[in-house]
Design a protein around this ligand. Structure first.
Ligand SMILES: *Cc1c(COP(=O)(O)O)cnc(C)c1O
Length: 463
């Protein structure tokens, strides 16, 4: 039975990353409330939020600390502009963030989401070289399969064919380096022994073109939207060394990896890397409200200084830049990290997931299991031994994710990769329970005759 909410949604709303023809043809779930790491639908059913509401939620829903911080701030003011004015939570949050970001990052620029944080990094890196007089340094190096957002600038540095191909003529040109995923490696027949052939390719690009290159932008440790593609240990650090050697700025997009996801506060901390720019969003408010920040060094900040007639200003800003409610949520998020010792508590959870995941490789149709902290991707394959993928139009990942809903778990695939990104507050027992549901669902879906499925039926949850 379709109620008014579902009817109105289907009448008026265009959903993100969704084929609406299939969406409106199928019954869809309405989430009315949540409790901790569970979502509650309009029939009162509870489901684990197994992808943290698309990678944003850290401490569960309706956490009393964040709820209270937002309500308290509402009692003062919801929003005032940062153009020409200071607001209290934005100032306080900036100070607290500086205490946790990699050393060397000393300033920040607020915005509203991951895409805008990356746009700001790109525009600042570009303007930096113009201001420095190195006016030929205009190009960006990106990784194959990169994802940095959906706005035109961030799509220009993106490399996911399915999302980005159609916009090609609208984009600025960037230089693409190979994707550093060993499972999908095209450079070496034995990636374990190659001594990181992918980094040699980056060096080649920089050696030949550094006079024209403004910056390299990367997702550190994990290319999440590409299907949780993990990078070889040491890759990030080597990239940093190369950018220093060739005088190229290093932009690290921690939108997905930041705030504990990889097991440390930031992925950069895993390899003791300090970039020129770092972008954060998703987890910054604990998954409550849209907020983002672009961090940079004194060297970048100082290059923009001068009296106003020199026009060195960074002419960029958004209506809700540094919104006080969002910043209050951001402060509460950091308070929870301290009070609940979130980072220290992650180790046991990550280890429990690792042990559970070891069994997945024995499933007949699992090609690779990838884990970096609580970022997990299980790549399904028609024939793992021969590295034969499932044909994309089988929507195999979507079928598995549809099945997990029957067992009380909401997750979302990327093609044939089953993504698992539970809130950091999930207990060991909950993580094990969710992984057991995923195991069972993969087995049931991939080991039965695929002709029994109507692919249309699952396509509305297909990315
Ligand atoms: C999600 C994501 C973005 C885009 O963030 P939005 O808030 O969706 O605009 C950018 N970079 C990475 C690495 C992401 O995972």
């Amino acid at each position: 039975m379709m109620n008014d909410i579902e009817r109105n949604d289907k009448e008026y709303v265009w959903h993100p990353f969704t084929q609406m023809q299939e969406w409106v043809a199928q019954p869809q779930m309405i989430i009315e409330a949540a409790e901790g790491i569970k979502l509650i639908d309009s029939d009162g059913n509870k489901y684990y939020d197994g992808v943290s509401s698309l990678w944003v939620n850290l401490h569960g829903h309706r956490h009393p600390t964040i709820d209270k911080a937002i309500i308290d701030q509402l009692g003062r003011v919801a929003h005032t502009t940062m153009l020409g004015l200071i607001n209290v939570p934005a100032s306080q949050l900036a100070e607290e963030l500086m205490a946790v970001v990699p050393k060397g990052l000393t300033k920040l620029f607020y915005s509203d989401d991951g895409s805008t944080a990356v746009e700001i990094g790109i525009k600042m890196a570009y303007q930096y070289w113009q201001l420095k007089g190195a006016t030929k340094k205009q190009k960006f190096v990106t990784l194959a399969n990169a994802y940095h957002g959906d706005t035109v600038g961030t799509v220009s540095v993106g490399g996911i064919d399915l999302f980005h191909r159609i916009f090609a003529s609208l984009l600025f040109e960037s230089i693409q380096a190979p994707c550093p995923s060993c499972y999908h490696c095209k450079l070496s027949s034995d990636p374990k022994q190659c001594g990181m052939a992918c980094i040699d390719e980056v060096e080649k690009i920089l050696a030949e073109n550094h006079g024209e290159i403004a910056a390299i932008i990367v997702e550190p440790l994990v290319q999440a939207a590409a299907g949780m593609l993990t990078q070889p240990k040491g890759y990030l650090k080597r990239l940093r060394e190369l950018t220093e050697k060739y005088n190229v700025l290093f932009l690290v997009d921690e939108v997905a990896t930041g705030f504990g996801r990889t097991g440390k506060m930031f992925a950069c901390d895993q390899e003791d890397v300090s970039p020129d720019f770092m972008m954060v969003a998703k987890g910054i408010t604990g998954g409550y409200l849209p907020l983002a920040a672009t961090f940079m060094t004194d060297e970048i900040y100082n290059a923009f200084l001068g009296d106003y007639t020199q026009q060195r200003t960074f002419f960029h800003g958004h209506s809700y830049t540094g919104n006080p409610l969002c910043c209050a949520a951001g402060l509460a998020n950091l308070q929870i990290f301290r009070e609940e010792k979130v980072i220290a508590g992650l180790e046991a959870k990550i280890e429990a997931a690792r042990i559970r995941l070891a069994a997945f490789t024995q499933l007949r149709h699992v090609g690779e299991v990838r884990q970096q902290g609580l970022m997990i991707g299980i790549e399904l394959a028609e024939n793992p031994a021969k590295r034969i993928s499932f044909s994309w139009d089988m929507a195999i990942g979507a079928k598995v994710c549809k099945k997990t809903r029957e067992y009380g778990l909401i997750i979302r695939p990327i093609g044939s990769v089953v993504v698992f990104m539970p809130p950091l507050s999930s207990t060991v027992a909950e993580i094990e329970h969710m992984l057991d549901i995923i195991y069972k669902s993969i087995q049931e879906v991939t080991e039965t005759d695929q002709t029994q499925y109507d692919n249309q039926d699952v396509a509305a949850v297909l990315i």
